[in-house]
Design a protein around this ligand. Structure first.
Ligand code: ADP
Ligand code: MG
Length: 586
């Protein structure tokens, strides 16, 4: 095909796709506009999860009549005049793309009255084209109604999830802005249900208790406010006893803009040092303030990714604030923020436990030796090679267990060298194959609870649960909805019977949610995978010789022993030859 400039309506849709992914992204852009317009009262209303209708009403400064049409033109903004302004952005918007993008993929009605004008303007656009414009009486402010989102982009429509799920994402967005702007009033309604309502009192903790719940808010501790190297850090973090199974509860704001930043997430987690159990993450709402010229917010059309001029400075400021807060508020005996681990985490206790269990092979002297550092080039670690694909069963050689290191890996000897086995991944594989087989036979063992447990879930998880009720039941989670986000839990899968039922369910739903983003896959299998992940022995758990031998025996019986259900290797093989070469014997 010859090269051609795309017709404007196609180019529009492509550009819109970058900004508008789902109803929650529309809400995000509209709420940002209301905040930029100085609104103190922002009401959000959606129906059918936002697919039918999204309405955002504010009491901000409004748009003058002669600029109303311009607001919908691409790259039309009142927030930026010169390229230099890009270096000191104080507003949430600046790219002038949101309204154009939203209008390109929906039917938009806007009524707005500028604070200095006597009457308002009503304008209606279909697929980006103005259909009508007229004067109308109203009080100052802006009401935007977005209907039939993606009606002209079937590809996007197909990817929208159930209304409850989309509403939960909208809830997450509005909740975040309510936290960032506690002095403004927010409300969110889905159909005739009010999902969120804040008072605008300025109290972040109060907003926290409305966005999450009272118990959660009660377990948050404040970050010491103050400036560190030009970076002002404030907000709340959870007591080490309150944790979640993933990072989605780390909420960051930079100059009041909600951002994603793995580096800062890591700074928070490192601030907890060793206070968090393996695989658990804190909740946090962290506000960063710094001169706008220290950050570039113009990295991505959704403006949630940023680049710092000096990332390390920001990292240190956050980590120190978290450490200080924990050492002042968290009641943890023996917490020493500055101690660096010199051996495997928790090694001292494990060694003690082993000695008292009568394991003479764990002597005093050996243990105080520093770990030798391997020469980087001498031995290359490779996942154990997989046999040719034609072979159905990937048999393992017979393995002799030598021991465990780091309470995470099993060291074993095979006829052809040394094997390092990841105990968590291996156990996941074993449980997965067992569960899949039980499912085929239609008899997954279930553990009934003595009394049904009533559980209220956060909206995202409640939506995930409602969507997966049948599959959850087949697996052993007998869950019955009753009321808003509330469920009765009657049983759990037997392989999770050792776990606290509420937490097991929450963790499984959370993992299910985060797995969904990565791959579109059959829900039931995804569920089985996350249940196994939850039930499997964790890294950091000391195992007895007998336990390790049993695990290796079961792994040998698996059809695909060399990978975990998520496709990662369960073992690394170092061949006898590699060892010999590494020691200069060849
Ligand atoms: P941006 O926010 O990047 O400037 P938008 O497409 O979101 O771009 O909005 C375009 C312009 O429309 C804004 O610059 C602003 O002047 C005006 N505008 C949009 N929404 C509102 C609102 N709720 N109140 C007042 N002005 C608004
Ligand atoms: Mg905007």
């Amino acid at each position: 095909m010859p090269i051609r400039i795309l017709p404007p309506e196609i180019a529009e849709k492509i550009a819109a796709g970058e900004v508008v992914e789902r109803p929650a992204s529309v809400v995000k852009e509209l709420v940002e506009n209301s905040l930029d317009a100085g609104a103190t009262d922002i009401r959000v209303e959606i129906s059918e999860g936002g697919r039918r209708l999204i309405r955002v009403a504010d009491n901000g400064h409004g748009i003058p009549e002669d600029e109303v049409e311009l607001a919908f033109a691409r790259h039309a903004t009142s927030k930026l005049v010169t390229a230099d302004d890009l270096q000191r952005i104080r507003t949430l918007g600046f790219r002038g793309e949101a309204l154009a993008s939203i209008a390109a993929v929906s039917i938009v009605t806007m009524v707005t009255r500028h604070k200095d004008e006597a009457a308002g303007t009503a304008i209606r656009l279909e697929d980006g084209v103005v259909i009508s414009k007229e004067r109308r009486g109203m009080s100052p402010g802006t009401i935007i109604t977005v209907e039939h989102l993606f009606h002209n982009v079937p590809a996007r429509l197909k990817f929208l999830r159930q209304p409850a799920t989309e509403a939960a994402h909208v809830h997450a967005i509005v909740g975040r802005y309510a936290l960032a702007f506690p002095e403004r009033r927010f409300s969110l309604a889905h159909g005739d249900r009010v999902l969120l309502q804040t008072t605008g009192s300025g109290d972040v903790l109060e907003v926290l208790s409305r966005v999450y719940d009272h118990e959660t808010a009660a377990q948050m501790i404040p970050l010491p406010s103050g400036e560190r190297q030009g970076v002002r850090v404030s907000g709340f973090i959870s007591q080490p006893s309150l944790t979640r199974s993933n990072r989605t509860y780390l909420t960051l704001f930079l100059n009041r803009r909600w951002i994603h930043d793995n580096g800062i997430n890591q700074a928070i987690i490192q601030g907890y040092h060793t206070l968090l159990p393996q695989g658990r993450y804190p909740l946090a709402v962290v506000f960063l303030e710094m001169p706008p010229e220290w950050v570039d917010v113009n990295v991505h059309p959704t403006k949630t990714e940023v680049r710092f001029a000096d990332g390390r400075r920001v990292f240190r400021a956050v980590m120190e604030a978290v450490r200080q807060a924990l050492s002042e508020h968290a009641s943890v005996p023996g917490f020493e923020p500055r101690a660096e681990p010199t051996s495997w985490p928790g090694w001292a206790e494990r060694r003690q436990a082993l000695i008292s269990a009568g394991r003479p092979d764990v002597g005093e002297d050996q243990m105080s030796l520093p770990l030798p550092r391997p020469e980087p080039s001498s031995v290359t670690l490779r996942p154990a090679p997989s046999p040719p694909p034609a072979q159905k069963r990937e048999a393992l050689p017979l393995l002799r267990v030598v021991g465990q290191i780091g309470a995470s890996y099993i060291v074993a000897e095979g006829p052809d060298g040394m094997y390092l086995i990841d105990q968590h991944a291996a156990h996941e594989r074993i449980l997965y194959e067992q569960l899949m087989e039980q499912r085929e036979r239609g008899e997954i063992p279930v553990q009934a609870l003595l009394e049904p447990l009533s559980i209220t879930l956060p909206p995202v998880l409640a939506a995930a649960a409602s969507e997966a009720l049948d599959d959850l039941r087949k697996l052993g989670f007998d869950l019955e909805p009753f009321g808003q986000n509330a469920f009765l839990l009657r049983s759990v899968p037997a392989i999770l019977s050792e776990h606290e039922p509420r937490r097991a369910l929450e963790d499984v739903l959370e993992s299910l949610e985060s797995e969904r983003h990565s791959v579109a896959q059959a829900q039931e299998e995804a569920l089985i995978r996350v249940v196994c992940k939850r039930a499997a022995i964790k890294a950091g758990q000391a195992l007895s010789m007998a336990e390790m031998q049993e695990m290796i025996r079961q792994l040998e019986a698996c059809r695909s022993p060399r990978t975990c259900p998520h496709g990662r290797p369960t073992m690394i093989h170092i061949s006898a030859e590699q060892l010999a070469r590494g020691f200069g014997r060849r």
